[in-house]
Design a protein around this ligand. Structure first.
Ligand SMILES: [Zn+2]
Length: 221
C-alpha cells in the first residue's frame, strides 16, 4: 500500500524500513514515517484497503505539517538542544536534558556549544517541514491516482508470492527391509526431507514439473 516496490511474504508485504525525521524528545515538531504500516494490509493485487488507509493517513499528516508551517510563520520559540560528548560511543549526542528556547532575533551563541542563530534554526525547521509537505502531497496524489484506476489485474503479484507451491504425486514406496511409506513419484529416495514435501493422490492437483512429466501430463499452467 505504500506503493514502494517490496518483497512479498505470501499476500502481505514484509515490514520495511522506517525513519524518524526531526523528532526530538519533548517537542512537537518532527514525525515518524513508519515502520511502514502497509504491512497490516493485503497486497494491492487483492484489495485497496491499505491504499485507502494510506490516503487517509497521508491527508491527516499533511494537515499536521501544514499546522507546523503555519506556526513557524509566526516565529515561535524554537527548542534547541546542545550536543554533549558521549564517552561510551565517542560521539556527540543531543543533550536532551538541557533544552534551550531560542527566541526570534537571537543571534546565536558565541560559546563553545555553538548555539545557532534563530534565523538559521528557523530556516532549517521550515525546510524540513516543507520537504515533508511535498512528500505528503505527492503521496496523496499517488494514492488517489491508484484508487481512481485500480483493478486487481493491474497489480499482479510478482516474485515470491506468485510462486506456486510444488505438489508432488504421492506414490507408495517400500524397501528391501519391508518398510513401506508414501513417497513421491519424481524422487525415488525422497523420504526424509528438511521441509515436508507436499503430495497428493489426485493427479490434477500435481504441480511438480517432473511428476507431471512422469504422469504424462502437460506442464501446470
Ligand atoms: Zn515431484
Amino acid at each position: 500500500m505504500c506503493l514502494r516496490k517490496m518483497q512479498l511474504h505470501g499476500d502481505f508485504p514484509i515490514r520495511h524500513g522506517f525513519k524518524a525525521i526531526g523528532v526530538r524528545q519533548g517537542q512537537h515538531s518532527g514525525w515518524h514515517t513508519g515502520p511502514c504500516e502497509g504491512t497490516r494490509f493485503p497486497n494491492l493485487s487483492i484489495s485497496t484497503e491499505g491504499t485507502r488507509w494510506g490516503l487517509a493517513q497521508a491527508r491527516k499528516f499533511l494537515v499536521q505539517i501544514q499546522d507546523v508551517l503555519a506556526k513557524l510563520a509566526t516565529n515561535p520559540d524554537i527548542i534547541w538542544h546542545p550536543s554533549i560528548y558521549n564517552r561510551r560511543t565517542g560521539r556527540f549526542d543531543l543533550d536532551l536534558a538541557h533544552p534551550e528556547h531560542v527566541k526570534y532575533g537571537d543571534e546565536g551563541g558565541l560559546d563553545a556549544r555553538g548555539r545557532p542563530s534563530y534565523a538559521s534554526l528557523h530556516r532549517k525547521r521550515k525546510a524540513e517541514a516543507e520537504a515533508r509537505e511535498r512528500e505528503l502531497v505527492k503521496a496523496v496524489d499517488e494514492y488517489e491516482r491508484v484508487l481512481a484506476t485500480w483493478s486487481p489485474d493491474k497489480y499482479p503479484v510478482t516474485g515470491a508470492a506468485k510462486k506456486v507451491e510444488t505438489v508432488h504425486m504421492a506414490t507408495p514406496r517400500h524397501n528391501s527391509r519391508g518398510e513401506t511409506w508414501v513417497g513421491i513419484l519424481c524422487k525415488r529416495f525422497a523420504r526424509f526431507t528438511r521441509t515436508p514435501l507436499l503430495k497428493t493422490d489426485d493427479p490434477a492437483k500435481v504441480t511438480c514439473k517432473r511428476c507431471r512429466t512422469m504422469l504424462g501430463l502437460p506442464p501446470a499452467s
